[in-house]
Design a protein around this ligand. Structure first.
Ligand code: B12
Length: 223
């Protein structure tokens, strides 16, 4: 890695931490000008800054207003970099996914990174946004005939909605696969709730989704 590559990633990270939108925009533009992979810049620059912000929030050094400004800075960089992320152009089976943050929860940064990974891979995404009513996941999965429903939650108080949604999906749309994620969620919880998949981060979420789609493909009757 070149010095400028590392410097740009560091500026993106620091720009998010310092909630300095101008610094983030300038570093994002430099990343594009100097040929830094936009995906690398997003995950190892912007998202890495947000991880540090999480630590500062937990240590009571940052409070909600600071964190909101950090999120704005992250999104300012994402707006510049996202259009340049290369789509994978293998022409395998592409899945259709419903995604959203569960009812009561307005955290959407992690969910949006998972969505980005799916977009890069060429999936069709139906993004319900954040604070999504439980029934909405079921309705949207049926309306769009999607393969997978992805549920995100960032709080222990909201992740308890996940098993309720899984139960609803099992009764109303048993064919669809369910993947859960978010900081308080674990593989163990996902299994206990009867989810079909779990991933700790956006890259693993994509791999997990590809595995699920392949399983669905194997289950489909040959025409
Ligand atoms: C940013 C943030 C906010 C922002 C949200 C802005 C936004 N647009 O998202 C704001 C300021 C609005 C906010 C508000 C609140 N927050 Co807050 N927030 C955070 C913070 C600092 C960072 C979260 C984040 O964006 N991380 C970066 C992203 C990239 O990581 P991620 O979300 O984990 O996502 C990755 C994985 O989890 C995974 N993933 C995520 N979703 C999914 C889905 C699937 C299907 C899969 C497979 C994977 C996956 O992939 C992602 C990318 O790799 C965390 C602290 C922390 N340490 O996490 C607290 C935190 C989540 N917040 C917390 C709290 C308590 C609140 C408030 C109640 C605070 C308050 N007093 O008002 C409110 C809640 C409002 C509500 N009703 O939701 C607590 C939750 C505690 C708990 N155990 O429940 C935390 C943990 C802070 C703390 N230590 O106390 N918050």
């Amino acid at each position: 890695m070149t010095e400028s590559h590392d410097g740009i990633l560091e500026d993106l990270k620091q720009g998010v931490i310092e909630f300095d939108e101008d610094k983030v925009r300038a570093a994002a533009q430099r990343a594009l000008d100097e040929g830094v992979d936009p995906y690398d810049a997003i995950m190892n620059g912007l998202a890495s800054g947000m991880t540090r912000v999480g630590e500062l929030f937990s240590a009571n050094e940052y409070f909600v207003p600071e964190v909101l400004m950090c999120a704005d800075a992250l999104y300012a960089g994402l707006d510049i970099l996202r259009p340049h992320v290369k789509k994978r152009d293998d022409d395998g089976f592409k899945g259709e996914v419903v995604i959203g943050t569960v009812e009561g929860d307005i955290h959407d940064i992690g969910k949006n990174l998972v969505k980005l990974m799916f977009e890069i891979a060429g999936f069709t995404i139906h993004d319900l946004g954040r604070d999504v009513a439980l029934e909405k996941f079921v309705e949207e999965s049926i309306r769009t005939d999607s393969d997978i429903v992805c549920l995100s939650a960032m709080m222990t108080t909201t992740m308890i909605n996940m098993p309720k949604i899984i139960e609803l999906l099992r009764s109303k749309n048993p064919r669809v696969k369910v993947m859960v994620g978010g900081a308080p969620v674990s593989d163990d919880l996902a299994r206990r709730w009867g989810a079909d998949g779990y991933a700790p981060d956006a890259s693993n979420a994509l791999q997990e989704a590809i595995n699920m789609i392949n399983t669905l493909k194997e289950l489909k009757p040959v025409a």
